[in-house]
Design a protein around this ligand. Structure first.
Ligand SMILES: [Zn+2]
Length: 129
């Protein structure tokens, strides 16, 4: 039996809260906002970056889970995706050319259990001039 370490369990917990927040948002906005607030708080507690995809799925200011056409307007402008929250009026521009920060999913972590030379050995070449 594989014993899960603490960080893996907390990542699973964050994934779980994120899922609940999105499911609950279909029925109750206020409850989903509580879950998103909890998600942000727990992520900062364990110093875990939520990743761009998760962060883009809710409003930064009022924690409302974005549902296109219902509580947010999404427009495209010059390689930017602009989210406008209908709840609080917050406008968020997202540059699509910027690389995404990914949330370490537990599945990805499990596939990486075989650790071989984790970090790339950087070869420093000294050029004599
Ligand atoms: Zn908002």
């Amino acid at each position: 039996m594989v014993k899960k370490n603490r960080s893996q369990r907390s990542i699973e917990h964050l994934e779980y809260i994120n899922e609940i927040a999105h499911v609950v948002s279909k029925f109750s906005t206020s409850l989903s906002r509580i879950y998103v607030a909890h998600l942000k708080r727990s992520a900062s507690k364990i110093l875990q970056n939520l990743g761009t995809e998760i962060k883009q799925s809710f409003c930064k200011r009022c924690n409302t889970v974005f549902v296109e056409g219902v509580n947010c307007d999404i427009t495209m402008k010059e390689q930017c995706r602009i989210y406008k929250c209908k709840t609080c009026g917050y406008i968020r521009k997202i540059n699509l050319n910027k690389p995404l920060k990914k949330f370490p999913t537990t599945l990805r972590k499990m596939s990486r259990t075989t650790k071989q030379g984790g970090k790339d050995a950087k070869e420093k070449e000294s050029k004599g001039g």
